[in-house]
Design a protein around this ligand. Structure first.
Ligand code: SAM
Length: 230
C-alpha cells in the first residue's frame, strides 16, 4: 500500500471491527491462560519477555506516576502497572477489549487505579508521565504510524515506549506470498516500517531513541523502543 492511499478512518474501522470479533478471540486467548498451540505459546512468552523489559525501563519513574496504556488490549500491562502503584489510563479502540480489561482489573482488585476509555491512539488526550503502546503500531503502515506516534508523543514530556516491526526482506517476501492465500487463512497483517520512515516519524514528533531492544522468541518478533523528547 503506498502511503498516499492510506485512509485513517477506513483503517481504524477495519481495526475496530477485527479486534471486536475474530481478533478479540485470538488475542484474549494468547494474553489469557488458555492452553495454546506451541506456535501461539511462543507468542505469549515473547510478549511476556517484551513486557518485562518495558517494565524495567519504566522503573525510572516515581511509583505514583501516571502512565497511558494506549491500545491496552485485555489489560495485562495496565494491571501490572496498577499493582506496582502507578496511576493508569487504559484506552483501546475495541470496546470488547476494554470490557475484558475492566473485568480483569476488578478481579485483581486494582480497578480504582485504572481509568478505562474506549478511544484510539490517534485521538486520546491528556498529560502523562509516560506512554506505552505495545503491539498496536505493528498494524499501521508508515503514514498512519507517524500520525498516531505524533499524538502519543504530544501526551508526555517523558518516554513513549512502543513496539514496531522493522522492515525485513524475508518477512516482506513471506507477507507477499501470504497475500495469495484465501482471506480466512490470513492473520492480521503486520506492517513493517523502514528505517528511514521511523527516523522521519521520530523527527516529526521531535523524539529521539533512548533505548531499543530486539525481542525474538519463537514466532514473536518485535522491536521495543523507548523514545524521549529531544
Ligand atoms: C495485539 S493487541 C495488544 C494489546 C496490548 N497492548 C498488549 O500488548 O497486551 C493490539 C490492541 O490494539 C488495539 N488497537 C488497534 N488499533 C488501535 C487504535 N487505533 N487505537 C487504540 N487501540 C487500538 C486493539 O483493539 C488491540 O486491543
Amino acid at each position: 500500500m503506498s502511503s498516499s492511499s492510506f485512509n485513517a478512518e477506513e483503517h481504524k474501522k477495519m481495526l475496530r471491527s477485527y479486534f471486536n470479533g475474530q481478533g478479540f478471540q485470538r488475542w484474549a486467548s494468547i494474553y489469557g491462560d488458555d492452553k495454546l498451540s506451541s506456535v501461539r505459546n511462543t507468542v505469549r512468552q515473547g510478549h511476556a519477555v517484551m513486557m518485562d523489559k518495558a517494565f524495567d525501563w519504566l522503573q525510572e519513574l516515581p511509583k505514583n506516576a501516571t502512565v497511558l496504556d494506549a491500545g491496552c488490549g485485555t489489560g495485562l500491562f495496565s494491571i501490572r502497572l496498577a499493582k506496582a502503584g502507578y496511576k493508569v489510563k487504559s484506552v483501546d479502540i475495541a470496546s470488547q477489549m476494554v470490557e475484558k480489561a475492566k473485568t480483569e482489573a476488578i478481579k485483581q482488585g486494582v480497578q480504582k487505579k485504572i481509568e478505562f476509555e474506549v478511544n484510539t491512539i490517534e485521538s486520546v488526550s491528556g498529560a502523562y508521565d509516560a506512554v506505552v503502546c505495545f503491539d498496536v503500531l505493528i498494524h499501521y503502515p508508515a503514514e498512519g504510524f507517524a500520525q498516531a506516534f505524533r499524538n502519543l508523543s504530544s501526551l508526555t514530556k517523558g518516554s513513549v515506549i512502543f513496539t514496531y516491526a522493522p522492515y525485513n526482506k524475508i518477512l516482506a517476501f513471506q507477507h507477499w506470498i501470504g497475500g495469495y492465500f484465501p482471506k480466512k487463512e490470513r492473520r492480521t497483517t503486520i506492517q513493517m516500517i523502514r528505517d528511514e520512515e521511523m527516523q522521519k516519524a521520530m523527527a516529526t514528533a521531535g523524539m529521539k531513541v533512548k533505548n531499543r531492544e530486539k525481542i525474538s522468541w519463537g514466532f514473536y518478533h518485535t522491536m521495543l523502543m523507548n523514545a524521549s523528547h529531544k
